[in-house]
Design a protein around this ligand. Structure first.
Ligand code: FAD
Length: 345
């Protein structure tokens, strides 16, 4: 079966890997330049180029299935144990650990979180910078004539026997809505309509010198800053202090409306200085990224969503199924992959 997957984030790549291994012909369409979606890493060029994770900062697993995957990544040398505890900022002070939180092994990717996407997608055919604008149900069936057309800017039209939409729910809503009315996708649209996302701004700040810190990351109880990560604790790039700061959803939304980057960054820096000390408000370089879709605010109580028409299969996977996390995205892609591998063998 020729399967078109929209989105090269964790859920799409995992589903693609399982289905390609089962012998299906898998093609992935990704609107950005690289692998991984929100498992994102930015390369900072300068005297010595280095990488910074401005999306998901680390991985942790609660279910057996995801832990097995973490074991595979560790064996491949892609992730390494980072910490069991997070520091926290509350009532104006930094505490060495979050009260009431049990120790939990957390893993980071020394080559950047997007190296995990590269690993998962290494045997898949992926079209990068290929934004899918819509999908069309053209009749036929997967056993006779391909029932789906995937429409993108440069390829124009790609015919597929089955489609997997592996994007955040709001983008999936837009794509499903483009399918022709004759095909009943109303149930999917109704279910998707219920999912909204928090936003965040990732601000990356480099200080050009080594600044000792007793913490690796700080979870903040603060109106502007929710998270501060010491990237130097993840990988060795001459030991210079580089921070990634995530803002609260409320602050990110307020700033998205003003679109004033300078004002936004100076507000975050001021608060960062208040939390860490005045040095933190004076970085040598600064970059920011606005994440419209950070984490889903609620999740659906099912591992994935598929149409009932087995002759024109279409399914949705992602982090909004049974979780609201990376782990949920992984399990969703894995479960759909296994389900379709068996159903369409
Ligand atoms: C700053 C930040 C911090 C986070 N922290 C954590 C954390 O601590 N713990 C945790 O569990 N999770 C965290 N997450 C969330 C985690 O990264 C996601 O849950 C997970 O990576 C989602 O994977 P996914 O495959 O569902 O979606 P995505 O990673 O969003 O992948 C979807 C892909 O689809 C592509 N796409 C969208 N529309 C189209 C289109 N029309 N055509 C082609 N391609 C398209 C996108 O470019 C993207 O690559 C964080 C996310 C961010 C941004």
């Amino acid at each position: 079966m020729k399967i078109g997957i929209i989105g090269a984030g964790l859920s799409g790549l995992v589903a693609g890997r399982v289905l390609a291994a089962a012998g299906h012909d898998v093609i992935v369409f990704e609107k950005s330049k690289g692998y991984g979606g929100r498992m994102a890493t930015r390369r900072i060029d300068g005297d010595s180029a280095f990488r910074i994770d401005h999306g998901t900062p680390y991985m942790t697993g609660t279910s057996g299935g995801f832990r097995t995957f973490l074991g595979e990544l560790e064996e491949q040398g892609l992730i390494t144990h980072w910490s069991d505890r997070l520091s926290c900022y509350t009532d104006g002070q930094i505490l060495p650990e979050l009260p009431g939180r049990d120790p939990q092994p957390m893993y980071v990717a020394p080559d950047g979180m997007n190296s995990i996407g590269k690993y998962l997608g290494r045997r898949l055919d992926i079209y990068f910078e290929e934004k899918v604008g819509g999908i069309t149900h053209i009749g036929g069936s997967r056993t006779a004539k391909s029932p789906w057309m995937i429409n993108s800017a440069s390829i124009n039209v790609f015919e597929a026997d089955a489609v997997i939409i592996a994007t955040p729910a709001i983008q999936a809503y837009g794509l499903v809505s483009t399918a022709q009315d004759e095909f009943d996708l109303r149930k999917m649209i109704t279910v998707l309509d219920d999912i909204s996302y928090s936003s965040t701004i990732s601000m990356m700040a480099g200080y050009g010198e080594r600044i000792p810190a007793e913490w690796k990351a700080i979870l903040c109880d603060h109106p502007v800053i929710s998270w501060i990560c010491n990237e130097a604790s993840k990988r060795d790039f001459s030991g210079d202090m580089n921070l990634v700061v995530h803002t609260t959803d409320k602050f990110a939304r307020e700033m998205a409306e003003t679109e004033d980057t300078v004002r936004m960054e100076s507000k975050i820096l001021k608060e960062l200085g208040n939390i860490l000390g005045s040095w933190a408000a004076r970085p040598e370089w600064l970059q920011s990224h606005f994440w419209r879709y950070h984490l889903p605010k609620k999740s659906l109580d099912m591992p994935f969503l598929e149409s009932e028409d087995d002759l024109a299969p279409i399914a949705l996977v992602g982090d909004y199924f049974q979780g609201r996390s990376m782990e949920a995205a992984y399990l969703s892609g894995m479960k759909l992959g296994n389900h379709w591998a068996e159903k369409f063998s």
